[in-house]
Design a protein around this ligand. Structure first.
Ligand SMILES: [Zn+2]
Length: 291
C-alpha cells in the first residue's frame, strides 16, 4: 500500500498525491493507492460518478470519480462494476476523490454473458450489503476476486454463487451448521447412506436432527444429498463437488435454504436475486419465433 500526504485541494482529478507539505493535520489530504474491485456506481451530476470499491487495504469505501460520465474519461472504464484495478483515492475530511486507476482485469468475458453476470452481481450485492465500511479483510477481498474469475469460466456459475455465499458467511462468522444438529449438537447420520430429508432452520443456524424438528418454526426441507453438496462446497476441493451428482432439486434446495438463512441471519434482501429469477424464467419460457 502506498500512502502519501499532501495539502492540495481535491478539485482537480489530476492530483497525483506525490507532493509533500507542511499543512496542518486537520487539513491534510492523503492519497492511497489500493487494489480494488468496483461493487457499484451511481451518477453524480452530469459529469461525475460515485464509485463504491471493495479494496484489499481498506475494505469498502466510496469515492467520487470526477469526469467519469464523460465517454473519453480514463476513469469511465475504471468505474464500471465488476472491474478489478489499482485505484488511487485522495481523501480529506469529506468523501474521497478517485484520482487515477490502472486496470488489472475488466472481466470482459463475464460481462458478455448475461446469466454469468447476474450470478456475479448477486455475489457482489451480498458482499456490499453485509460488510461494514472501511473494515479491511484480505480474505474477503481474495474470495471476491477468485469468485469473479470462477464466475467467468466455471461450467456451473450457480454453484460458484452457492460456494461464495457459504464462504462469505464463514468469514463473517455466520456459517450454517451442516454436520451436526444446530439445536442439540448431535452429529448427523452418515449422509451418503441416508436417503431421507432434514430440516434446515435459519432460526437455529443450520440443519436440525429429527428429534429437534418439532421445535423449529421456520425451516426449509433439504435432502441428505443437498447437505452433502454444501459440505463438499465448503471442503475447498473442486473434485469433491464434481464427484457428486447434482440434480435441479438439489440446486433449488440450496438456493432456498441459503437465501432464507441470509435473510433471517443478516437481514439482507437482494434485488439482484429477483433479476436472476426473472432471467431464469425467461430462459425457460422462450418466446416462439414470429412466422
Ligand atoms: Zn437435534
Amino acid at each position: 500500500m502506498i500512502v502519501e500526504a499532501f495539502p492540495a485541494a481535491l478539485s482537480s482529478p489530476t492530483n497525483k498525491g506525490d507532493v509533500g507539505s507542511e499543512a496542518s493535520p486537520d487539513n491534510r489530504i492523503r492519497t492511497t493507492t489500493m487494489s480494488g474491485i468496483v461493487l457499484r456506481q451511481r451518477p453524480l451530476g452530469e459529469r461525475d460518478r460515485i464509485v463504491t470499491l471493495y479494496t484489499r487495504e481498506r475494505g469498502k469505501l466510496a469515492a467520487v470519480a470526477k469526469g467519469a460520465r464523460q465517454p473519453r474519461s480514463k476513469l469511465a472504464a475504471m468505474s464500471q462494476p465488476l472491474t478489478h484495478g489499482r485505484y488511487t483515492v485522495a481523501r480529506g475530511k469529506s468523501l474521497g476523490v478517485l484520482t487515477q486507476g490502472t486496470l488489472e482485469d475488466p472481466f470482459f468475458r463475464l460481462k458478455q454473458d448475461l446469466l454469468r453476470m447476474a450470478f456475479a452481481t448477486c455475489a457482489v450485492e451480498l458482499l456490499d450489503k453485509t460488510v461494514p465500511e472501511e473494515d479491511a479483510a484480505a480474505d474477503i477481498f481474495n474470495l471476491l476476486l477468485a469468485s469473479l474469475y470462477e464466475f467467468q469460466i466455471d461450467p456451473v456459475p450457480e454453484l460458484v454463487l452457492r460456494s461464495f455465499e457459504l464462504e462469505l458467511l464463514h468469514l463473517l462468522g455466520y456459517l450454517p451448521t451442516l454436520k451436526r444438529c444446530s439445536r442439540c449438537n448431535s452429529p448427523l447420520a452418515d449422509l451418503h447412506r441416508h436417503a431421507g430429508s432434514y430440516l434446515f432452520s435459519p432460526q437455529f443456524g443450520g440443519i436440525v436432527c429429527r428429534d429437534c424438528q418439532r421445535h423449529t418454526r421456520c425451516s426449509v426441507t433439504v435432502t441428505a444429498q443437498t447437505i452433502e453438496i454444501m459440505v463438499a462446497l465448503r471442503s475447498g476441493d473442486p473434485m469433491a463437488v464434481r464427484r457428486l451428482t447434482i440434480t435441479p432439486r438439489n440446486m433449488q434446495e440450496m438456493r432456498r435454504a441459503l437465501s432464507e438463512f441470509i435473510q433471517y441471519r443478516l437481514d439482507v434482501n437482494l434485488k439482484s436475486t429477483q433479476f436472476l429469477d426473472r432471467l431464469r424464467w425467461m430462459r425457460s419460457h422462450p418466446v416462439p419465433p414470429v412466422e
